[in-house]
Design a protein around this ligand. Structure first.
Ligand code: NDP
Length: 285
């Protein structure tokens, strides 16, 4: 294998060590309130990872598990109460929400200073302006992994496959702020038969789709950086969206799945929580 492995776990461990010191300095207990509506096996896994990381850092993790049929009004009432509660510094709205609840309306009701997922329209606006307050965790995890290669991003051809609000869109802004040339691909790109052409151009390739084997190993440009965000369960194995074996013979850096972006995402969430606690403390003084 030619490529060096980019381990999200190593980076996450370093971030968590720093956070432990920062939490001690803060001197008061931190609490996350996570809201889950209905039952979803995929989000269950993510919640478990969040709780585990929180516990490692001595952070309280309170899960509000609500029934699928909860009304928008009831949900907004709960968020209003959590916004007012000074012992809670961070609020998470677990995706997906049932179809009768519009996600952006719920996120917009969260206190902007407690929006540790960085999904509130105001926080996304700050990111657009190049002055981020909270960066969406998965996007920040990907960006940190790329930064850890110490490759100069100025003028680099960055191709992002997947344009979701939590990964592709915020990530495109982070790279733009570094003066990379950013191409964002999606289902339209694939339908037009153009995905291969774009991927072959990528000096930095990020794939966040959720389709195993979507990116063929021989599309990967020689000496590129490949970040595979995808999580797919194939029989009993977890794999990404990129054909790992072939891609790792061509790339200079590549993330493993699992062990790449995943562990770093929850560490970034906790980093946002500590940041939120500091901002809340400074505005209350
Ligand atoms: P979404 O379903 O919200 O987004 C998937 C994106 O992929 C969409 O933009 C979609 O485009 C695009 N897409 C779908 N099919 C194709 C195709 N054939 N060619 C090109 N683009 C396509 O997913 P998420 O962003 O939430 O997650 C993506 C993957 O990343 C999943 O596997 C998820 O499990 C994983 N993930 C991992 C995390 C981690 O911490 N490691 C955290 C979050 C997600 P369109 O909308 O136009 O159809």
């Amino acid at each position: 294998m030619k490529a060096k492995l980019l381990s999200g776990k190593l980076l996450a461990d370093r971030i968590k060590e720093d956070l432990k010191d920062e939490i001690k300095t803060l001197g008061f207990p931190l609490t996350i309130a996570a809201i889950e509506v209905g039952d979803n096996p995929a989000s269950g896994l993510y919640l478990k990872a969040q709780r585990k990381t929180a516990e490692e850092l001595g952070i309280n993790y309170r899960l509000f598990k609500l029934e699928t049929k909860i009304s928008v009004e009831e949900l907004l009432k709960l968020i209003g109460d959590l916004n007012q509660n000074n012992s809670i510094q961070g609020i998470i709205i677990q995706a997906p929400l049932p179809p009768h609840i519009e996600r952006y309306k719920i996120i917009a009701a969260v206190n902007v200073l407690k929006d540790i997922e960085g999904m509130h329209p105001e926080n996304l606006g700050y990111l657009l302006l190049g002055k981020p307050r909270f960066i969406p965790c998965t996007a920040e995890a990907v960006f940190s992994l790329v930064k850890s290669t110490e490759i100069n991003l100025y003028g680099k051809e960055v191709v992002i496959v997947g344009h979701s609000e939590i990964v592709g869109k915020p990530l495109s802004l982070l790279f733009l702020n570094e003066f990379s040339t950013v191409t964002v691909c999606h289902i339209g790109t694939s339908s037009a038969g153009h995905l291969e052409v774009h991927v072959k151009m990528a000096e930095i390739l990020v794939v966040a789709v959720g389709k195993a084997g979507l990116i063929k190993g021989d599309w990967v440009k020689e000496d590129s950086v490949v970040i595979d965000v995808g999580i797919n369960k194939i029989e009993d194995k977890i794999v990404g969206d990129v054909e790992f074996e072939k891609a790792s013979e061509r790339a200079s850096f590549i993330t493993p799945v699992p062990g790449g972006v995943g562990p770093l995402t929850t560490a970034m969430l906790m980093r946002n929580l500590v940041r939120a606690a500091k901002i809340q403390k400074s505005v209350s003084q």
